[in-house]
Ligand binder design. Structure first.
Ligand code: DC
Length: 335
């Protein structure tokens, strides 16, 4: 007798979705393990306490796994645990090495069994990439790495040291000993500069411009890219930036390139800044965004550019929910 384990996650607690998820999980387990249905003695499900709409055991019966004993139980609430998750154990009468199957958001449960997933989301300022990246990371229970925040922290450091932003050597002298850290608190990225939390400060408009200038220098970029690859190599994560799909992670599992008209991008940034209490001139902000795009996409080293194999999404007329749904649907096709 062997025990095969597996798990999957749902988008919502809904009968049809539970049926689909259970059928998909059991079929994949059967395929990966070349199982015949009569070799399965028993299937035991447990689901997180946010799933009420249907019994996974009933869904299994409907999916044709009806010749064995079936049982579903509910798990206690565990703070910080996966949500909308169905786990399963199949007891199988066969002499074999089991292949456990973890699908969708549940991949993160077994990092030893499932590969690390890296998702690259690139695009110009205001294209929606950070909001989308954060949502996708949250829904798949993986990290979100805001690479722009790292260049912003460099810019803050350079401005505080009154360095010449055009002088690559002088900048590197300052950056070499800088303690730049990315830490996570309740899943939210905090950017630490020399032990100080600068997450809010680096959002100031003058830092946006300075970040775009300091990030054009190859040695500054190489220093940052090394840190980004180190984080992405150890964790499943969504990274947003300008060169993730082209330079940082050319082999990322999923690549998206978000765009939108300058008008719409400027409006998004304007609303964001106003909501945070900053007073900004819309026309000036728009000019600054266009100048920044131009600098980011015309620099010689690692410019803002769509990777050939990235999926381009024009978000101009789309809501954030629509963009997130599109990105996730493209990922689901291959997970
Ligand atoms: O995404 P953001 O607005 O926070 O980025 C600030 C600047 O940092 C952006 O104008 C260009 C630079 N940047 C970069 O060159 N490469 C990245 N991967 C991320 C940001």
């Amino acid at each position: 007798m062997v025990v095969i384990r597996g798990a999957t996650t749902l988008e919502q607690d809904e009968k049809e979705e539970i049926r689909r998820a259970v059928a998909e999980l059991l079929e994949q387990i059967a395929n990966r393990n070349s199982l015949k249905k009569d070799e399965i003695v028993s299937i035991v499900f447990s689901s997180t306490s946010d799933i009420h709409s249907y019994y996974p055991a009933k869904a299994a019966r409907e999916a044709g796994f009806d010749g064995c004993s079936l049982f579903s139980a509910q798990e206690p609430d565990i703070e910080g645990g996966l949500v909308l998750c169905i786990r399963v154990m199949l007891f199988v009468e066969k002499d074999m090495k089991p292949h456990h199957v973890y699908l969708r958001g549940a991949k993160v449960l077994r990092k030893d069994l499932s590969d690390i997933i890296n998702v690259a989301i690139d695009g110009p300022a205001g294209s929606g990439k950070s909001t989308v990246a954060k949502r996708v990371a949250r829904d798949y229970h993986i990290l979100y790495l805001d690479t722009g925040a790292m260049y912003r922290a460099c810019a803050l450091k350079a401005l505080e040291a009154r360095a010449d932003l055009e002088n690559e050597t002088a900048l590197m002298d300052i950056f070499r000993d800088m303690q730049l850290g990315v830490v996570y608190e309740d899943g939210v990225q905090k950017t630490m500069l020399d032990g100080r939390d600068v997450s809010e400060e680096i959002r100031r408009p003058e830092i946006s411009t300075a970040a775009s200038v300091v990030s054009k220098h190859p040695s500054v970029r190489m220093h940052m890219v090394e840190k980004q690859r180190e984080i992405a190599g150890k964790n499943s994560c969504v990274l947003d930036g300008r060169d993730i799909g082209t330079v940082v992670l050319p082999d990322a599992d999923f690549k998206f390139f978000l765009t939108a008209t300058p008008e719409v991008r400027a409006k998004r940034r304007y609303d964001e800044l106003v909501a945070k209490g900053h007073s900004v001139d819309f026309e000036e902000l728009k000019r600054e965004i266009v100048r920044r795009d131009d600098r980011d996409s015309t620099r010689a080293f690692a410019p803002l550019k769509k990777a050939d194999d990235a999926i381009e999404v024009d978000t101009t007329g789309m809501t954030i929910d629509e963009v997130v749904a599109f990105v996730k649907s493209k990922m689901q096709e291959r997970i």
